[in-house]
Design a protein around this ligand. Structure first.
Ligand code: ATP
Length: 507
């Protein structure tokens, strides 16, 4: 069984080998934390986008979408607090010259303690049949000691983060004896704040050039269009505005494949509500979004909530939906009650009213906002890592199969003539032409059928349709199912109905 680091390496290699994700600018040795999506990656990514858009926009009468520009007026980022406060605490190791996020070093330390507890509990449960009281006491004692340490470190860490106390963070790193994973030394610099926004210049001459930023989140494009959409769409509070688009962050440490990138995509929805009703809607969206994740058919234990103790400057409640990636539970989506912070700030900085007249209350107010914000690339990694399966088959051979939910798979059907003669390719292409109108399909006639099945398994195609000798006699084909590897014989005429049933509702 591969350890977790091995598993991530295997997934990364598989994603490259089969055209899902390539390192960016690879022929120039790549660009750190930037990736390109290949021919299959773009299909999976588009399917995830579509599934989200359908659930959030199409299925809600009171949610509409927009597509705002990446470049925005620089004052927007002053108003939102990003110019002054969109920072991460960074620290350098003087020996390895490597830079780290100071908060991540402490989080990793805490995670290691959690792992130790889990190991102790696992060991003890294995010895349960052979109960030994002395050993049980010793285990219990160790678990309690680890837990006490976690509680102590965590409360000091949270306090330091809330107060932005960089000295306290450094002191904690020193006291815990945290070493640089590369050099193994404790030779650290002071902790400093690092702004994550990319700045660039707009304007063709130096005199007229103005510093603008690549947006670090898509949310602000929604806030500054709030009244445009509300008025032109005749929207009534509560209502939402959704957007899918690129965001850019100059992450201090970018690692773990597409989990933390410098250029990535977000799928966000801002839900505008009456002041005082935001926590009710926060609870509503928390549940709704978890339901959406679970509707993907991924094991429920792979998801969990993580409620925030340290709240961002704009929030009065926040939670993460975490997913169990190969490197542990990490944030996949954030749900924040952002109060009226953003609209108020834009009202102040722009001098334009950001109010909504509520006809039922007969009064005007600045709405409160509940945000759901999910990283598309992280969702892609969640789907991919959950799907990646290595299987030993009964005949002793092995296969790698991507068990992607059929409605998200890049290709839904592969149409395969058993051999390249006797009219089978022609018949297969006829079937392909019918299915192609509704589904993304692949045609493949090269190599033995077994090898072609393996190729389709490796890219996650859920159904293979094979044209064989019998097809030419009675107009039937076999459908092979990716996960169980069993086959059904069905009539070609019924294929469109069967295809629809196999992929029902989730296209
Ligand atoms: P983290 O704590 O992991 O840095 P965050 O709390 O800063 O994430 P948000 O600002 O809440 O993230 O952004 C919303 C979502 O955008 C996240 O839940 C995540 O899925 C995605 N996201 C944020 N930063 C990145 C990144 N660098 N690469 C890929 N996805 C990201």
């Amino acid at each position: 069984m591969a350890n977790n680091e091995d598993l991530l390496k295997k997934i990364t290699a598989h994603a490259k080998e089969y055209g899902f994700v390539f390192p960016s600018s690879e022929i120039y040795d790549g660009l750190s934390a930037v990736y390109d999506y290949g021919q299959l990656g773009v299909e999976l990514k588009n399917n995830i986008k579509q599934y989200w858009w359908k659930a959030m926009v199409q299925m809600h009468e009171n949610i509409v979408g927009i597509d705002s520009a990446i470049f925005m007026h620089p004052t927007i980022w002053k108003a939102s607090g990003h110019v002054d406060a969109f920072n991460d605490p960074m620290i350098d190791n003087k020996d390895s010259k490597k830079r780290y996020r100071a908060d991540n070093l402490i989080e990793d330390y805490l995670q290691k303690l959690e792992d130790k507890i889990n190991k102790e509990v696992e060991k003890a449960s294995k010895r349960f049949d052979n109960f030994d009281e002395q050993m049980f006491r010793a285990t219990n004692q160790r678990v309690q000691e680890y837990q006490a340490k976690i509680n102590n470190v965590n409360s000091r860490f949270q306090k330091a983060m809330i107060n932005n106390d960089l000295h306290a963070i450094k002191a904690l790193i020193e006291e815990l004896g945290i070493v640089c994973p590369i050099s193994g030394s404790r030779n650290w610099t002071e902790v400093r704040q690092f702004n994550l926004m990319f700045a660039t210049q707009m304007g063709s001459t130096a005199e007229e050039a103005d510093t603008i930023y690549l947006r670090p989140e898509t949310a602000q494009g929604i806030f500054v269009n709030f009244l445009n959409v509300q008025k032109t769409g005749r929207m009534k509070v509560p209502f939402g505005i959704a957007q899918i688009g690129k965001a850019f962050r100059n992450e201090i440490v970018a690692r773990q494949f597409i989990f933390r990138m410098r250029e990535f995509e977000q799928m966000e929805m801002q839900f505008f509500v009456r002041p005082g009703e935001e926590l009710k809607w926060f609870a509503y969206w928390k549940e709704e979004r978890m339901k959406w994740h679970k509707s993907l058919g991924i094991k429920e234990t792979k998801f969990r909530f993580h409620d925030h103790e340290k709240l961002a400057h704009y929030a009065n409640a926040a939670t993460d939906i975490e997913f169990e990636f190969p490197f542990g539970f990490k944030e996949l989506e954030g749900i924040h009650s952002r109060t009226d912070f953003d609209l108020n700030a834009h009202q102040t900085y722009s001098g334009k009213k950001m109010q909504y007249f509520d006809p039922e209350l007969n009064e005007s107010y600045v709405p409160y906002v509940v945000e759901t914000s999910i990283g598309l690339d992280r969702m892609f990694l969640a789907v991919l890592s959950n799907a990646y399966t290595e299987e030993k088959l009964e005949d002793g051979s092995e296969r790698v199969v991507l068990k992607i939910p059929p409605f998200l798979a890049p290709y839904k059907f592969a149409v395969l003539p058993l051999v390249k003669k006797d009219g089978m390719p022609e018949k297969a292409r006829e079937i392909l032409a019918t299915l192609q109108e509704d589904y993304n399909c692949q045609y493949d006639e090269k190599d033995a059928i077994g090898r072609r099945y393996r190729r389709q398994d490796a890219i996650g195609t859920p159904f293979c349709i094979t044209v064989d000798n019998q097809t030419l006699e009675d107009n039937t084909v076999t459908i092979r199912f990716r996960d169980e590897m069993n086959q059904d014989r069905v009539s070609v005429e019924e294929l469109p109905i069967i295809a629809n049933r196999l992929l029902k509702n989730k296209r």
